[in-house]
Design a protein around this ligand. Structure first.
Ligand code: ATP
Length: 270
């Protein structure tokens, strides 16, 4: 594979963050991203995507809301119904939640595939190693040779035994172009994305508008809850989901939340 790469030298300055810091959790997540950068999992552009996510998390209120729980229910049912589900893993996902991805893969039988927008052999290996360290035994997407139709460049590469023949693909922190191309290829696509305005959110079959760090453990729990359910029930859960309605619920939530905050500020109550 021919790619242009330049090494980013990262010096990590460790300043102990007190547990009492109001943004302790968020700062810990940021540390995982910076460590991911140092290990070659995350590219600098990934940090920018992360910042965009943090901004939407702020607007949502940094909690898993009802619209996300509804999407998680539909996603869990769809994963259990799928014939060949695949979990697509990029650098940000590997840095933030390798362990949760491996657990979800074990719970659903979905295959794990390294799938990178900025693809290089080194990064493929780094993401595969992170998954292996988190307990994965089979990892696809290294030396991928098939292509998703109508996508140009390395970002179209997928594994012949994975995404290429999957009927369902789960992605997180993903660019809209690939989501759209996967839908065009006839696949059901579940996206975890904090931004209800992103093209990924608009194009996905199911959008979980939540932070991957909060959503993935909840998705696995939902899979466990639905595991014994009848096919009929699973079909009902999956087919009653309406992506447009869920995005509208998320946008209304943000609008109402900001409206309340603004009135409180204006009336001196905050
Ligand atoms: P699109 O092409 O879909 O419009 P984009 O140009 O925003 O998306 P990227 O820059 O690749 O695409 O960003 C990926 C998305 O992931 C962003 O919408 C961002 O809000 C979201 N995101 C970032 N971090 C997280 C996270 N921790 N959990 C969930 N979503 C996240």
């Amino acid at each position: 594979m021919k790619t242009e790469t330049s090494q980013v030298k990262v010096t990590i300055v460790r300043v102990p963050v007190p547990r009492s810091h109001p943004r302790f959790e968020l700062l810990m997540v940021r540390e995982r991203m910076v460590e991911g950068l140092a290990k070659g999992l995350v590219v600098p552009e990934g940090l920018i995507s992360h910042g965009r996510g943090e901004c939407f998390d702020y607007l949502i209120g940094e909690k898993t809301e009802v619209f996300a729980l509804k999407a998680i229910r539909a996603a869990a049912a769809s994963l259990l119904l799928a014939g060949k589900p695949v979990i697509s893993v990029n650098g940000n996902l590997a840095a933030l939640c390798a362990h949760e991805l491996v657990e979800l893969s074990k719970a659903t039988g979905a295959l794990l595939e390294v799938n990178l927008f900025y693809r290089s052999r080194l990064r493929e290996q780094a993401v595969a190693s992170a998954l292996r360290a988190a307990g994965a035994s089979r990892i696809l997407g290294v030396n991928a040779s098939k292509r998703i139709p109508q996508l140009k460049g390395f970002r179209s590469l997928v594994d012949a035994k994975g995404i290429f023949e999957a009927d369902l693909v789960l992605l997180g922190i993903e660019d809209g172009d690939r989501v759209e191309a996967l839908r065009r290829a006839g696949k059901k696509v579940i996206v975890i994305d904090l931004n209800p305005l992103s093209r990924s959110a608009f194009k996905a079959s199911i959008t979980i508008i939540d932070n991957v760090v909060r959503a993935l453990p909840k998705l696995r729990l939902e899979v466990e809850k639905l595991r014994g359910a009848s096919k009929q029930r699973l079909h009902r859960e999956a087919s009653s989901y309406d992506n447009g309605k869920i995005l509208a619920e998320a946008l209304n939530h943000i609008r109402n939340r900001l409206g309340t905050l603004a009135s409180n500020l204006a009336s001196g109550r905050s």
